[in-house]
Design a protein around this ligand. Structure first.
Ligand SMILES: C[S@@+](CC[C@H](N)C(=O)[O-])C[C@H]1O[C@@H](n2cnc3c(N)ncnc32)[C@H](O)[C@@H]1O
Length: 470
């Protein structure tokens, strides 16, 4: 913990309720400080930290009454200690300071303990107790319900990752926990699954069971479809199986994957899984976005390891945060594990670039984008088995905005043959090309009419290129 002393304008100091352990200020205490200030007594500087959310603002860690008193006497600048907490919880630090002159009331202690635990469930009751001046047992009682629901939530996350075949070692790393803790959670899995299976066998629907037990729908599907073959799974999910090379759907099935820019239909994933993988096989999704591949793998009993630069530990712990660095591409899986199938759905060059992180590959120039893909394919090739398939999803990129079809310039576009060339250069051989067009219904009538007048041809193409090692 570091401390620097300065004088700062009082307008830059905020009383942030998030880290204030008391339910209010005591007017008498404020008046006493104000009187001492007017009489010229030396007052200890208040303690603040740089506000994490506002520029050039500080928030009070200790000294709310003094700060009010300074305002009362009309001070414009006040002395402060600026504290760097080095990972210490600011609410608990503030609580520990507050109990110096006066213990927290029962309600204040309870609320502070609960807020601290909600902010950081890794805190022990002992740590919280020390800060708020209560025993470990008292804190246990304050937070018992929160702890139970946190543990349940963690159970479900760990079960999901386990069901996707993610190793205990990777799960432990994801939660920064010991492998022993993970196996303790997993030991509860059969009992919980039994509860759900009982409800399913009583005729409750997947949606009802998911809602009742707080599981995601794909997780309940993974239980309810256990033991079934792939065709039965298609039937149960109410998805027709396409037997030809044109795969089109009007919409994504909302049960699988999150609402995400560039989301692809779970039905498409199911088709790739059906034709090019087997139950129990390992699928890798290098740019997983809204998690539709993992969700569909749950329903089709495939293992799935997913990666994306966007980290959403609360909702999608199964998607490991991973940045494919254009300047230093590395495969995120060490050891002997090799995938049976890689489903690679990157940003389609600039399409959706406004919706992705500025460092995403949609921020690259055309040349860099193609270079990235080539390096990626080469790296995937090195880390694949002889039988591994790669399913590469992409679309034509044409310079069609405001350009009549006849005037489009080929060098500005990226077409399917560019992708095929790159795949071939990096050791892959295409075996199938599926057309899975985007629905043209997304074009608005007035836009279509303007395009027609200007002889512009839009892009609804989307392809899935399946390749094998040469
Ligand atoms: C087309 S989206 C994937 C959509 C996903 N298949 C779905 O249906 O929800 C592409 C994803 O690539 C990720 N991405 C782009 N560049 C990346 C990079 N360099 N490293 C890791 N992820 C990246 C983006 O964050 C985005 O989620």
């Amino acid at each position: 913990m570091a401390k620097t002393t300065r004088t700062v304008p009082i307008t830059q100091i905020i009383l942030d309720e998030e880290i204030y352990p008391r339910s209010g200020v005591y007017p008498k205490r404020v008046s006493m400080f104000a009187e001492n200030m007017r009489d010229g007594f030396e007052i200890d500087p208040i303690e603040v930290q740089i506000h994490p959310d506002y520029i050039e603002k500080y928030r009070i860690l200790d000294g709310a009454h003094r700060w009010h008193a300074y305002k009362e006497i009309g001070a414009t600048e006040i002395p402060v200690h600026i504290i760097t907490l080095d990972g210490l919880d600011p609410l608990l630090y503030a609580a520990q300071k507050a109990i110096g002159p006066l213990q927290l009331s029962e309600e204040e202690a309870r609320t502070t303990a609960r807020r601290a635990y909600e902010n950081n469930p890794r805190l022990t009751s002992f740590e919280i107790g020390q800060a708020i001046g209560r025993s470990r047992q008292t804190v246990d009682a304050y937070i018992a319900d929160l702890r139970a629901s946190f543990q349940m939530d963690l159970d479900l996350k760990i079960f999901r990752m386990n069901r996707l075949g993610i190793s205990q070692e990777r799960i432990a790393m994801r939660f920064d926990a010991l492998q022993r803790t993970i196996s303790n959670h997993l030991a509860k899995m059969p009992e919980l699954a039994n509860l759900l299976n009982t409800d399913l066998s009583r005729g409750f629907t997947v949606v009802q069971v998911a809602e009742k037990h707080g599981w995601t729908e794909p997780m309940v599907w993974s239980l309810s479809l256990e033991g079934k073959d792939d065709l039965e799974r298609f039937k149960e999910l109410n998805w027709g199986l396409r037997t030809w090379d044109l795969w089109n759907w009007n919409d994504c099935d909302k049960r699988f994957g999150d609402d995400w820019p560039g989301r692809i239909p779970a039905q498409m994933i199911a088709h790739i899984l059906y034709y090019f993988s087997h139950q129990g096989g390992l699928v890798i999704d290098p740019m997983a976005g809204g998690g539709v591949v993992a969700d569909t793998c749950l329903a089709f009993n495939r293992k799935c390891w997913s990666f994306d630069m966007e980290d959403r530990p609360d909702t999608r712990p199964e998607i490991e945060p991973y940045f494919w660095d254009f300047d230093d591409l590395k495969w995120p899986i060490k050891g002997k594990t090799k995938p049976n199938l890689i489903i690679f759905d990157p940003p389609y060059f600039k399409k959706q670039s406004n919706n992705y992180d500025p460092d995403a590959i949609s921020g690259l120039s055309k040349e860099q984008y193609l270079e990235f893909l080539e390096s990626f394919f080469a790296l995937a090739h090195q880390n694949a088995k002889k039988s591994t398939r790669i399913a590469f999803v992409n679309a034509d990129w044409r310079d069609f905005q405001n350009t009549p079809a006849d005037n489009e310039i080929r060098v500005n576009s990226i077409l399917i043959n560019d992708y095929l060339r790159i795949l071939n250069q990096s050791g892959w051989q295409e075996t199938h090309i599926f057309q899975a067009p985007l629905s043209s219904e997304r074009f608005k009538a007035n836009v279509v009419s303007a395009m027609q007048k200007k002889r512009i041809i839009g892009v609804t193409s989307r392809y899935i290129i399946i390749s094998k090692k040469k």
